[in-house]
Design a protein around this ligand. Structure first.
Ligand code: ADP
Ligand code: ZN
Length: 724
């Protein structure tokens, strides 16, 4: 009987395709194969094998590809991911496959050169310079040598041809050195030891299989959670298993990696979107072979082919960066829990400000709740006080209120550092012509253009569109009437420089000139105390430890609260807790001042009282009353297209056949919160269901009934949308 193989191809296809397995080729599920697809050859994974008659009309599998097969657990994860997110199964597979991209395959092997001992047959000044540099006998890369000698690479090539320089293959640097779980470390406090024990106790022993348990590790910033989960990582490594620590990309800092090195003797292997070609492949291979025992990575590390995964940690589990908002819409925290179940390994979710979902799961007993009380070493939490902006008004055209200015002064006088936090990049969020009222808007998006004074441009934060800031209004031609409205961090920097001209000021924001390297240096400067005032966006709220910082000033606590999004309260509370928690992490106690127009708002009140439980109780109660997640389920359909009318009409056509059963309601179509993005109009249909309802089945049936998007129309599905 001929064998038929169902091959899943990593393209946006919903199902596996059947191929005949030619005689002489033996395949197993998970094998990576080459198959014909239309006029070309492509790569796919054996998803199923069947001893049935192929009918003779199936095209044959071309052959097996020399690559490690996709493991059972990864195939299960792909199936789960596709079923849950309703993404095409092939798209889900593409995430787990991550085949070497072109740059990886075309990358030349690394070759170094050194003098061979033979003199050049022909001497020139340029050749002389190269030979002088190379005279020390060290092996250098060709371009490095050319650069050092101040000549072009062709001179070096000439010397190689001539035989005066010889080439040697450079040893690849090891992809990761093994972490030492028993590296000398600081002793844990009693509370930490107890928490660590609770995490380790849930790890399966090498002989026993335990279904994955999820643990919520909660404790204020500075409570010592990192040290605690490091213990669980160490225990996992001792047992010969692999550990994965997921972090929001932004928190993957040198500071964290050094801290890891302090605990384990070496820096961990890291995985994130910036890691390139060859290194990426070597790391994947090392993970698959079980040689790399700890990976610290951003969300996509979840799809690495671990051989014996024994632990997953999701640090800062509440972070929105864990949700992928394009392609396959998945939440890495939720998928980590799924992978833990598939692998039978524990999953630790760590946060100072857990998501409402995780809190509810902990309260209901679905997750184990491990709480670290207070800060490590009994350091007090910062005192948090509000500045009521209705009473303490800043001077005209200024944004720092008098009490804030005084607090900065006294902090600096004590020799400490102050952080001023404003979650707005650029100089001003809106530019207005005072003569005609014209406001500068993006031509592709329904957003205002943000002035970036450093770049002298008006920039769209949604699509990146930028134009030069005009001298005169482009609408009415009036000179000197274009007015920046509201502050961004650049504008705060201007004000602070005028107020404190003698002080060393650092602005930290993601569009800081000089890129990641410069940013890293600036963060180090701040951590070392070589700076007096830090002005920053949410970039500074997370993952950094600034021991000299004793004052955090929040310049506009109300920013996030005005949006209509029901998660606004949660988000704002988390962000404000995080940023105020930066104060007083060193020797001296810290405090935080919060500028607000609504000190009585429940989020601000909970923040001021330091009573996080009160916030969670109220917020959970409100969600339950409204049937919002996690007490009900939500999904969104986003219909987008280049013409507004067509996108809206398609949304309406879908709504007409929505036919929701009991327990399901469908809202919309309504303009999405950002109605125009990159030239595409977006309309949203929101599906709200009671908790027990299988929202995926409903969506699948509905979409099958509805009209198919044509032309440039697209329908994206977002199960568990993060903003709604
Ligand atoms: P969290 O992850 O909860 O924010 P950390 O693990 O970063 O807390 O700990 C906060 C600070 O306390 C860090 O500077 C850390 O080095 C220090 N710390 C934590 N645990 C210990 C310990 N057992 N001994 C000494 N210092 C510790
Ligand atoms: Zn735009």
């Amino acid at each position: 009987m001929p064998v038929v193989a169902d091959i899943l191809i990593p393209l946006a296809l919903d199902t596996a395709y059947s191929y005949a397995v030619p005689a002489g080729l033996t395949l197993a599920e998970g094998d990576i194969v080459q198959v014909p697809l239309g006029p070309r050859e492509t790569i796919g994974v054996v998803w199923g094998l069947d001893e049935r008659a192929s009918g003779g009309n199936l095209r044959p599998v071309t052959g097996r590809v020399e690559a490690p097969p996709l493991s059972d657990s990864l195939r299960k994860l792909v199936d789960w991911l596709a079923r849950y997110t309703l993404a095409p199964k092939g798209s889900a597979l593409a995430m787990a496959l991550r085949l070497p991209d072109e740059t990886a395959r075309n990358e030349a092997p690394r070759i170094g050169v050194r003098p061979s001992g033979k003199p050049p047959t022909r001497q020139t000044a340029a050749r002389g310079k190269v030979m002088a540099v190379a005279a020390d006998g060290a092996v250098r890369g060709k371009s490095a040598l050319a650069k050092e000698a101040g000549v072009s690479v062709s001179v070096v090539d000439g010397l190689i041809d001539d035989g005066a320089l010889e080439t040697v293959a450079l040893m690849p640097e090891p992809v990761a050195l093994p972490p030492d779980p028993d590296h000398p470390r600081v002793p844990l406090s009693d509370a930490q030891a107890e928490a660590a024990h609770a995490l380790i106790a849930s790890a399966p022993s090498p002989t026993e299989t335990v279904t994955g348990e999820t643990i919520l590790l909660e404790g204020v910033t500075g409570s010592g959670k990192t040290e605690v989960y490091f213990e669980a990582v160490a225990e996992c490594v001792r047992q010969g298993r692999q550990a994965l620590v997921l972090m929001p990309e932004i928190a993957l800092t040198a500071q964290f990696l050094d801290r890891f090195a302090g605990r384990f003797g070496v820096r961990p292997a890291t995985w994130h979107s910036g890691i390139g070609g060859r290194r990426r492949e070597r790391l994947r291979a090392g993970v698959a072979a079980g040689e790399v025992s700890v990976v610290v990575g951003a969300r996509s590390a979840l799809f690495l082919p671990f051989k014996t995964l024994g632990l997953i940690v999701v640090d800062e589990e509440h972070e929105t960066a864990y949700k992928q908002e394009d392609g396959v819409h998945y939440h890495a925290r939720d998928m980590a829990v799924v992978r833990g179940k598939i692998e039978g390994c524990p999953v630790v979710l760590a946060s100072a400000t857990p998501s409402i979902e995780s809190r509810v799961n902990a309260q209901s007993g679905r997750y184990r709740h491990v709480v670290l009380p207070g800060r490590f070493g009994g350091r007090p939490l910062p005192d948090i006080a509000a500045i009521d902006m209705r009473l303490d008004k800043p001077e005209r055209g200024r944004f720092l209120s008098p009490p804030m200015v005084n607090a900065v002064k006294s902090t600096l006088a004590a020799g400490d550092q102050a952080l001023l936090f404003l979650n707005r990049r650029g100089y001003a969020p809106l530019t207005l012509c005072r003569a005609c009222g014209h406001r500068y808007q993006c031509r592709n998006c329904s957003t205002w253009l943000v002035e970036h004074r450093f770049r002298r441009a008006l920039v769209c934060h949604q699509c990146g569109y930028a134009e030069r800031k005009p001298e005169a209004c482009t609408e009415c031609g009036a000179f000197d009437h274009l007015t920046p409205c509201g502050p961004g961090v650049e504008r705060i920097a201007e004000e602070v420089t005028e107020l404190f001209p003698e002080q060393r000021i650092v602005v930290l924001s993601s569009d800081f000139p000089g890129g990641a390297e410069r940013l890293r240096q600036e963060l180090e400067t701040v951590a070392a105390g070589d700076c007096d005032i830090v002005i920053g966006t949410q970039l500074v709220a997370k993952g950094h430890n600034f021991p000299h910082l004793t004052l955090v000033g929040v310049l506009d606590a109300d920013i996030g609260l005005t949006s209509g999004d029901p998660r606004a309260a949660e988000r704002t509370f988390q962000l404000l807790q995080q940023v105020t928690g930066r104060a007083g992490r060193g020797e001296r106690p810290g405090r935080a001042l919060v500028q607000t127009y609504q000190p009585e708002h429940p989020v601000i009140a909970a923040l001021l009282s330091g009573d996080a439980d009160r916030f969670y109780e109220e917020e959970i109660w409100a969600r339950e009353a409204a049937g919002l997640p996690p007490f009900g389920r939500l999904a969104a359909l986003i219909v987008s297209g280049e013409e507004r009318e067509k996108a809206e009409a398609h949304g309406q056509a879908l709504a007409r056949v929505a036919d929701p059963p009991a327990g399901v309601s469908v809202l919309g179509p309504a303009e999405a919160p950002l109605a125009l993005v990159r030239g595409r109009w977006r309309f949203r249909l929101l599906v709200k269901t009671e908790r027990g309802i299988d929202v995926q089945s409903y969506l699948r049936d509905w979409l099958a009934r509805g009209p198919k998007p044509r032309g440039n129309l697209k329908v994206a599905i977002d199960v568990d949308p993060q903003s709604f």
